[in-house]
Design a protein around this ligand. Structure first.
Ligand SMILES: NC(=O)c1ccc[n+]([C@@H]2O[C@H](COP(=O)([O-])OP(=O)(O)OC[C@H]3O[C@@H](n4cnc5c(N)ncnc54)[C@H](OP(=O)(O)O)[C@@H]3O)[C@@H](O)[C@H]2O)c1
Length: 235
């Protein structure tokens, strides 16, 4: 099996790599990092530098990885050095909104565009993106975080749309969005004090949930938004 983990340097991404190597030791894993290559090495693991906002770099990587069974995009952002997510529309900032869209939405579209051919060669493939429940329009009862929410809602629409197109073009591929739950990482760190300790997951737990869910999915599940619990979330 060949798997590409985009955002392998992130907390959830690295945990997915480690779990996958434990569960399926013969898997060849190609993993991407952006700013820092993690220290973690394994004979079956191949690191690639990738800025997911640059289409030419994604295309170049796809030209190298012409056969894949699994692609999981775990890259994303919620805050930057200058900006926390908005509490009010008065804090809306065009650059911050665009950074959210560039990092959380567009990369999955580019990955689908450039890796479609690689995923087509497998008799059973998976195209998974880590989204967030706050991107569910139906579930939005609290408001706030308008840039992040919008970028994940647009990501969800992208996943749903790709899943429909691939029903005929890649009928053996399962395309899903995954909600990891609040997971201990640099991304969630500024918001962890409001989270009950039993609801703050370790990256190992989240990775285990994701891989357990994937192992039970078939192309019939394509087009779903799945929670770490295995339940579906309304788009
Ligand atoms: N943690 C949570 O509670 C939580 C909850 C809901 C959803 N999520 C989603 O889960 C995903 C993973 O989050 P995490 O908690 O693991 O966060 P994280 O530890 O901060 O990891 C983020 C990852 O995204 C990568 N990245 C950011 N900008 C990039 C770019 N321009 N090009 C390439 N890679 C880029 C980072 O690369 P470098 O580290 O190399 O810079 C890192 O690998 C995100 O999509 C997030 O929205 C997380």
């Amino acid at each position: 099996m060949k798997a590409l983990i985009v955002g392998g340097s992130g907390a959830i991404g690295l945990a997915v790599i480690k779990q996958l190597l434990q569960l399926k030791p013969h898997t060849h894993i190609y993993a991407t990092y952006f700013r820092h290559q993690p220290d973690y090495q394994h004979p079956q693991l191949h690191w690639h530098a990738l800025d997911i906002t640059i289409e030419a770099d994604i295309a170049k990587l796809a030209a190298q990885l012409t056969q894949l069974d699994v692609l999981i995009n775990t890259a994303g952002m919620l805050h930057t050095a200058d900006h926390l997510p908005e509490k009010s529309i008065q804090q809306f900032d065009v650059d911050f909104f665009q950074t959210n869209i560039q990092t959380n939405t567009i990369p999955t579209l580019l990955l689908a565009k450039h890796f479609m051919a690689s995923l087509k060669t497998s008799p059973r493939s998976y195209f998974v993106t880590v989204s967030a429940k706050v991107g569910s329009i139906e579930d939005n009862k609290l408001g706030g975080w308008i840039s992040y929410r919008s970028s994940k809602a647009a990501l969800n629409m992208a996943i749903k749309t790709i899943s429909i197109e691939w029903q005929t073009k890649l009928p053996f591929c399962c395309v899903v969005a995954f909600h990891p739950g609040t997971t201990d990482s640099a991304l969630s760190q500024p918001f962890q004090r409001n989270v009950a300790s039993h609801k703050l997951f370790t990256t190992q737990y989240t990775a285990q949930c994701l891989l357990n869910i994937l192992s039970a999915l078939t192309p019939k599940n394509s087009g779903q938004f799945l929670s770490y619990s295995g339940d579906t979330i309304a788009w």
